[in-house]
Design a binder for this molecule. Sequence first.
Ligand code: ARG
Length: 284
Amino acid sequence: MKKLMTLWMVLLLSMAVFAPSVQAAEDHLSKIKEKGTLVVGTSPDFPPREFYIINDKGEKEIVGSDITLAKAIAEKLGVKLELVTTDFNGVIANIQTGTVDMGISGFSWTQAREDVMDFSIGYSQETGDNGYQGLLVSKETAKKFKTLDELKRANLTIGAQGGSIQYELAMQATKPTNVKQYGTLDAAVLALNAGDIQAMVVSTSSAEPVVSAFDKLTLLPREAFDLDPENKYAKNVIGLPKNHDNEALLKVINEVIETAIKDGMMEKWEAEAKALSTKAVENE
Ligand code: ARG
C-alpha cells in the first residue's frame, strides 16, 4: 500500500512539473487586446469587397465592404486596424503562418480551406444580385460559344488568380496545362485585354467595374456559363490562423457579423462599396 502511494505521489509530482510545458494555444483575443491592433490580411484587387480608390484628399486608400467589416470588428474589440496587403496567395499564406490575426478577402468557404484555417460564420453570399462564378472574355470570343460544353471543348487558355476557387474552376473549364495563374486580378485582366489569354474565370460582381473600363471585354451570360450553378462557393467567410485559440475572438467576430446582417448594415456597406467601385483604380 505504501509503495503504491509513493508511486502515485511520484506520478502526481511529475505531472505538476511537466504541466506548464503542455501549454494551451495562446488566447488570440487577449493577444490582440494586448497589442492594441488587429492585423488583417487582404488582397485589394477585388471590388466591391476590397480595392483601391483615390480618396477626396487625392490619396490612395483601401476601401470596400470587407474593409468596412474589418473596421467594425476592430472597433468592437477596441483596437486599431492594421491592413497587410499582398496578393491573394499571400493572404492565405499569412493566415496559415499566423503573420496576420485574420484575413478578409472575399474568401469562399471550402472544406479544403477549413482544414487549414479557422473560419467565421458566413457574412455574405455571392449569389443572386451578388453575381456568379463566370467567364470574362473578349467580345469576339463571346460570339464563338453558345454553351459551356462548346467552350470547354475548345480548350481555351484561361487565366485565374492563384490560390482562388476561380483557379480550381478554370482547371475544369479547359486542359489544366492551359490554365495560367496570376497574382492579382488586375494582371489577369491586362493579359486578357492584350490577348495573352482567351478567357478569365471571375467572380462576376468583382468583374463588373472591369467590364465598364475595358470596352473590348464582356462577361458570358449566366444562363449558359455559370461555373458554380450549385453555389458551392457562394458563402464568404473570414479566415483565422489555426495556431491560436480563436474561440473568444471568433465569438466577437461572429457577433459583429450577425448584428451587421440583422440591422441591415452589411447590405448598406455592400451597396456603398458597389457605388464606390466605379471609382476603383488599378493595383500597383
Ligand atoms: N471568392 C474567391 C475565393 O475565395 C476569390 C476571392 C479573391 N479575393 C481577392 N481579394 N482577390 O477564392
